[in-house]
Design a protein around this ligand. Structure first.
Ligand code: GLN
Length: 412
């Protein structure tokens, strides 16, 4: 069986390595602080009355459909018919699996284009749905800046449009566009999205827009590809309450798009999980309503920007260059300067995963700060492009970041 022998996923593996030395965990992108009081209260209140304990309709709890509909009507500047153009999922991951399941057929060699680095869930989700992932790497074009010595911008990671087009053939069905991007923090520009959209239109492809970090951008605007002319018709946009409210354990996400695309997605969702949990859908509905009143999302954005700046300052201080993220909550640090002693011994589960896993393992053990090996986000032919990088998450408390700063002093 496909999943019988794959061993630990990277998240569990690196959490375990971090725990073994009690490291400051800047690995997996979960928040190390509690959600705001109003958000927790919204979930508590959903359970006070006995009204949210049974199945919600597969498409979603009506109260949440209404609020997410209002949210997207604003975001996408178009009316959203929540009875046909929206579906609630058990997290954005399940939304992605549902879209792939809806539009890929087993045994037909249908292909999905991913831009590398690509969030590690895409590949197994595509394979489970019967499709074949095809990878086009983002390539660093930083001019005379050397990424192993100089700070570069996430915008320096470019998609070569002719490389994208060359990857398309008669079996291609879908392009996945992740903006803001995990792990680079790149926010695709309007021009880039127009070029991708133009290619998708010429080859009649679907677009899956993974925009779970839509609210977290720093000094640039997030643009939904679905808002570009002619793109709504071919795009399913995926979002996440976990990312929006700092509640990644609630597992509430959504997909939005034209009825022709959401209907099959909903059918797949119905067969995968039937429906997402009702009380937390109600909790998210109330939180969305309150967030508008207290301007929560823009306050939260500023907090993340502060955390980003703090983590960048920590690496400035110890002299390791990084990629400045314009969005999301990850920092790719270039650790080429760190030399691992030749007699250093690694456990087999790290040794067999290559140089980048060794670098991250060594870093966690030696400096007590954990990250994620970004080579996990690559296919074999392009994996070497990330060998020098470690991904750190900054959805963490000031206290945690201060502790990381202390640990890293020994790098000086
Ligand atoms: N999206 C989060 C990250 O990239 C968590 C991923 C996961 O746990 N599957 O860190």
């Amino acid at each position: 069986p496909q999943y019988a022998s794959t061993g630990l996923d990277v998240w569990t593996m690196m959490n375990q390595v971090a725990a073994s030395v009690n490291a400051v965990n800047l690995g997996q992108g979960f928040m190390s602080y509690p959600p705001r009081e109003f958000i927790r209260r919204a979930a508590q209140e959903a359970l006070v009355e006995n009204t949210h304990n049974q199945y919600a309709p597969p498409r979603g709890h009506p109260g949440l459909l209404k609020q997410v509909g209002i949210h997207f009507a604003n975001r996408l500047a178009r009316p959203i018919d929540v009875s046909s153009e929206l579906s609630i999922h058990a997290g954005a991951n399940e939304a992605l699996l549902s879209v792939f399941t809806a539009f890929l057929e087993h045994g037909k060699d249908q292909e999905v284009i991913l831009m590398e680095p690509a969030f590690d869930q895409y590949t197994p989700n595509i394979i489970m749905a019967g499709g074949k992932p095809v990878y086009v790497p983002l390539r660093v074009q930083s001019g005379d800046k050397d990424p192993s010595k100089d700070v570069i911008s996430s915008h320096d990671w470019k998609l070569d449009m002719s490389e994208l087009e060359a990857a398309i053939n008669e079996n291609t069905r879908i392009i996945v566009v992740n903006t803001p991007h995990n792990p680079i923090g790149k926010v695709f520009s309007r021009e880039e999205l127009e070029q991708i959209g133009d290619i998708a239109a010429r080859h009649n492809l679907l677009i899956i827009a993974d925009e779970v970090y839509e609210h977290l951008t720093y000094g640039v605007d997030h643009i939904s590809i679905a808002t570009l002319p002619g793109m709504w018709e071919r795009t399913v946009t995926v979002g996440s309450a976990g990312k929006m409210f700092g509640v990644t354990g609630w597992r509430v996400g959504w997909s939005v798009g034209p009825a022709e695309l959401i209907q099959p997605t909903l059918s797949a969702h119905t067969r995968i999980v039937f429906t997402s949990n009702t009380p937390l859908q109600e909790g998210v509905a109330s939180a969305l309503k309150l967030a508008k009143e207290n301007d929560f999302l823009s306050i939260q954005r500023q907090e993340y920007e502060h955390r980003r700046n703090r983590l960048m300052a920590i690496f400035d201080d110890v002299g390791l260059p990084y990629v400045v993220p314009d969005g999301a909550y990850y920092l790719l640090v270039n650790a080429a300067a760190i030399k691992i002693p030749s007699d250093y011994s690694f456990p087999d589960f790290i040794e067999e995963r290559g140089p980048n896993f060794k670098l991250v393992y060594f870093f966690i053990k030696e400096f007590g700060v954990s990250g994620i090996p970004p080579t996990e986000f690559y296919s074999e032919p392009h994996r070497h492009l990330a060998n020098d990088y470690i991904r750190f998450a900054f959805c963490k408390t000031d206290e945690g970041l201060d502790k990381a700063a202390k640990c890293l002093q020994s790098l000086k």
